[in-house]
Ligand binder design. Structure first.
Ligand SMILES: [Zn+2]
Length: 396
């Protein structure tokens, strides 16, 4: 493949041969200099310069010569593809997209904040988002509500969901079914069945929020199809992915084999407990993606930001490259809208996260007030969105 510089040089040679003035030196919009570039989509981990022009990656090389309108000194920092968070509640505030952009998140999915009744509010925020943002429609037409989204089964309204999807097909990229006992109660199976019924004509994935369901997984999981997503995969019993003797349940293994994705969905309440994390990591059942389950309070909870969530499995055997992969290219495969993201390949849109890997003594929280101590944590240090440098304004 020819990169922009080689292309310009070869044009320059042709021009010189024709006795015309020499071509001017290459000029980039932005160069990130000397960072440790980690791009698992290309099996790359090394010190590189990254050049950007016209909103695209134009070169990733050891030494990029030529000038640039802006140069970011990335020495000592990690340069990775823009992060993709597939389970957020970014649309709960109009500032949501800007706030997660500060964390290096250049693509987000709002997972079921709204149902058919108010989905237009969520879509309005997605439309005005600086980065790519899309929504999953809650099968409960009132969205997330305190009394439980689908505790009243009438709220799991297939026709209402289908009508909303048909109207905003570009922005509604899937359906969310929250199945915990305090959300769906005894309706869990029927709610999931209706979510699939609503999704079917559009070929959309369903994301289930699992953990503490009333129905056992052997009843629920056969309803999951290839491309669906299970979030809150580290939820403790009742009905965890792993049984009391430390074995991943057969229906869970079968679901992964047929192409169901498994996502962390960190969250705040009831979704993640360190002993379950330890047992599942030991059993070799690792997440496909990290996600925060972000909301405007996340800075004050154990979530903090996506880089923090991505740091939580270092102590359970996950390498830095494996963590970056799950926040970038692996996440990019799940929703079509991100298919050309999650990579620093030349030609890709220039969405980049600058991170800092700090060494020290870091406390990582689960959702049950349990802390594990880690020796490394990723911190956001700046973002490039569509080729434009967005400095981090918060300290921390
Ligand atoms: Zn959520």
């Amino acid at each position: 493949m020819i990169n922009r510089r080689e292309f310009v040089y070869s044009c320059g040679a042709l021009v010189a041969a024709a006795h015309l003035p020499e071509s001017p030196p290459v000029f980039y919009d932005l160069v990130l200099r000397g960072g440790q570039v980690i791009d698992p989509s290309m099996h790359l981990n090394g010190v590189r310069d990254v050049a950007v022009s016209h909103g695209r990656i134009v070169a990733v090389e050891r030494h990029i010569t030529g000038d640039a309108a802006a140069i970011i000194n990335a020495h000592g920092k990690l340069v990775v593809p823009g992060l993709i968070d597939i389970h957020t509640h970014t649309t709960t505030t109009p500032q949501g997209p800007e706030l997660v952009l500060q964390d290096g998140v250049t693509g987000w999915i709002d997972a079921g904040t709204q149902g058919a009744d108010h989905i237009v509010d969520a879509i309005a925020i997605a439309r005005s988002s600086p980065q790519q943002g899309r929504v999953l429609i809650n099968i409960g037409r009132a969205g997330i509500i305190a009394e439980g989204d689908t505790m009243d089964l009438k709220r799991a309204d297939v026709d209402a969901a289908r009508a909303a999807i048909a109207k905003d097909r570009d922005y509604i990229v899937g359906i969310k079914a929250r199945l915990s006992r305090d959300v769906a109660g005894v309706n869990d199976f029927e709610v999931l069945r209706r979510a699939q019924e609503a999704a079917a004509p559009f070929g959309l994935p369903v994301m289930i929020h699992m953990g503490q369901t009333i129905s056992p997984l052997e009843k629920l999981f056969p309803l999951l199809k290839s491309g669906d997503i299970v979030t809150h995969m580290f939820a403790p019993p009742p009905n965890s992915l792993i049984d009391e003797s430390g074995h991943i349940r057969l229906e869970v293994m079968a679901a992964r084999r047929r192409g169901v994705w498994f996502d962390v969905g960190n969250g705040q309440n009831g979704h993640m407990r360190w002993d379950i994390v330890a047992a599942m990591m030991k059993a070799g059942f690792w997440p496909d993606t990290f996600s925060t389950d972000w909301n405007p309070n996340s800075r004050q909870t154990g979530v903090i930001d996506l880089p923090n969530c991505m740091s939580k499995l270092f102590g359970y055997g996950m390498s830095l490259d494996q963590a970056i992969a799950r926040g970038t290219w692996k996440a990019s495969r799940i929703f079509q809208v991100f298919r050309n993201r999650g990579t620093l390949n030349v030609g890709a849109p220039a969405d980049i996260a600058l991170l800092e890997l700090r060494k020290g003594h870091f406390e990582f929280l689960d959702n049950f007030h349990n802390t594990v101590i880690g020796t490394q944590r990723l911190f956001p240090a700046g973002t490039v969105l569509a080729g434009k440098w967005i400095p981090r304004t918060e300290q921390g």
